[in-house]
Design a binder for this molecule. Structure first.
Ligand code: C2O
Ligand code: CU
Ligand code: CU
Length: 500
């Protein structure tokens, strides 16, 4: 429920700090590092884009990756200035974790925040029990917790991510800067298969954030929490409009994570030649070249791009994800801003590289898919319904009218069975449906049967529409499904599934 009195923003303390100068600071460039007024992206100096910096990479060795992630608040560079944000290991985003199928991923989470948190590995097909991907745990301020994930040998390869999942704090903490990427490597022999040699690989973690005048994260209004907050600044690896450079003909693999709390990304690559190779959990056999790649919150894309000479501004096209339907009551149109946003600049210049002589090939994008379930017989079908409502206490966000209850099992599933889930949306805005642990194979994305196999862990359910997915519940445990507009999740648009 959103709108109850006294349900104020927890823990986002603001700091009184000196502002440097006045309006002139806006154009002063990185030299004037300090606090400044962070307005909307459209007010930033378009020339300030710096070269893209990628998050630190931590890779497994001999089958193990052992990392320590410290969640804290502090002054860190964001958009070329210093801001007071959250982050893992003093960074925004946190380090990229690279593992192989069969590896053990150990993460010690240290909570230096002033509120409880925990850590979810989004998209990984690992156990949700005990010290696995257990979102029911709370790691309190000053405490730490040791997670351990065993990545199965047959795990799909691709890009995944981690973020907090403590119910009630998720939107605040992700929006504040707590996220990072996980890569499950492709098998070593994929270069010789249908894979494509690429010159380089880039990690692009896209997020959004808003600041107040002192450079602290701005809290969410009631409106923000109903629609799902969208930040005024769109960041790529914590930078506004970074610059990426390449030579014509070079092929790059871009791994894109939508780590925004609520924003959908419709990425328009301009004149660049782009192929969408894989989505969340596996390759796509039919790629829709030319169109914008649309990522709901939580989705990832694996893209192969062949550099075309010139300077391209890669943009986010406006996305219509509906309104709360309460526009009149709330005193105006509550649909989120739909302006196009500049995401990054891709500068392609220099001598042409012929594709058969690519320097330093680093990777071959040939992701391993999740199992194809099209020929499996589902044991049963269920229907889950996204609902919004208006009541005395405010606006409610539920599945079938029931808000999330920590002590209630909403779906009991028999271990080892396959089920078809239809997710219906009875509301006037889109909701991205996310299921933990078990990959969803999309049978119907809302506009008829999906011919080629497509595996997602977040599937958008259009306003007044429905999607159908098939799921193999092949490992036991209790976990959640929810709307990945994180404000909706925090408001109760979440349920519990138990497989045993
Ligand atoms: Cu990306 Cu339940 O979360
Ligand atoms: Cu998840
Ligand atoms: Cu939602």
């Amino acid at each position: 429920m959103i709108g109850e009195p006294g349900q104020q923003e927890p823990g986002l303390t603001r700091r009184e700090v000196l502002r440097l100068g006045g309006v002139g600071v806006l154009a002063a460039g990185a030299g004037a590092a300090g606090w400044w007024r962070f307005g909307p992206q459209s007010e930033l100096d378009p020339r300030t884009g710096a070269a893209l910096v990628e998050p630190a990479v931590l890779s497994s060795e001999s089958g193990v990756l052992d990392v320590r992630l410290v969640a804290s608040r502090g002054e860190r560079p964001v958009a070329g200035r210093r801001a007071n944000v959250l982050g893992y290991n003093d960074g925004l985003p946190g380090p990229t974790l690279r593992v192989r199928p069969g590896d053990t991923l150990r993460i010690e989470l240290v909570n230096q925040l002033d509120q409880p948190t925990n850590l979810h590995v989004h998209g990984l097909h690992v156990s949700p029990e005990d010290n696995g991907d257990n979102v029911f745990l709370a790691v309190h301020p000053g405490e730490s917790f040791q997670y351990e994930h065993r990545v199965p040998e047959d795990h799909p390869s691709g890009v995944f991510w981690y973020h907090p999942h403590h119910h009630g704090n998720v939107a605040d903490q992700v929006f504040g800067g707590l996220y990072g990427a996980i890569v499950v490597e492709d098998p070593p022999d994929s270069a010789g298969g249908a894979g494509v040699e690429v010159t380089r690989e880039r990690m692009l973690v896209v997020s959004d954030i808003s600041f107040d005048e002192s450079g602290s994260i701005r809290g969410a209004s009631m409106q923000d929490r109903m629609m799902g907050r969208e930040g005024e600044l769109v960041l790529v690896n914590g930078q506004v409009r970074p610059v990426l450079e390449a030579r014509p003909g070079e092929r790059e693999r871009w791994r894109v994570v939508n780590a925004c709390a609520s924003r959908y990304l419709a990425i328009d690559f301009g004149d660049q030649q782009v192929e969408l190779v894989a989505r969340d959990l596996g390759p796509l056999t039919a790629s829709d070249e030319g169109d914008a790649v649309v990522l709901a919150p939580g989705n990832r894309a694996d893209i192969v791009l062949t550099a075309v000479s010139g300077s391209t501004t890669v943009q986010l096209a406006p996305v219509d994800r509906g309104g709360s339907g309460m526009g009149g009551m709330m005193g105006g149109d509550d649909a989120p801003a739909t302006d196009a946003v500049d995401l990054l600049t891709f500068e392609v210049a220099g001598t042409v590289v012929r594709s058969e002589r690519l320097p330093n090939s680093v990777s071959a994008p040939y992701p391993v898919p999740a199992p194809d379930l099209r020929r499996q017989e589902p044991l049963r079908s269920r229907e889950l319904v996204f609902e919004t409502g208006m009541g005395m206490g405010g606006m409610s966000f539920t599945f079938g009218g029931r808000e999330y209850d920590h002590d209630r099992i909403d779906q009991e599933v028999d271990l080892g069975t396959v089920e078809d889930w239809t997710i219906r949306n009875d509301s006037s805005m889109d909701h991205p449906f996310h299921l933990h642990v078990w990959p969803m194979q999309v049978l119907d994305a809302g506009n008829g049967p999906v011919e080629d196999p497509m595996w997602l862990d977040v599937v958008n359910v259009p306003a007044r529409g429905a999607v159908t997915v098939r799921v193999a519940f092949d490992r036991p445990g209790r976990t959640v499904y929810h709307c990945h507009i994180l404000d909706h999740e925090d408001a109760g648009m979440m349920g519990i599934v138990r497989v045993q």
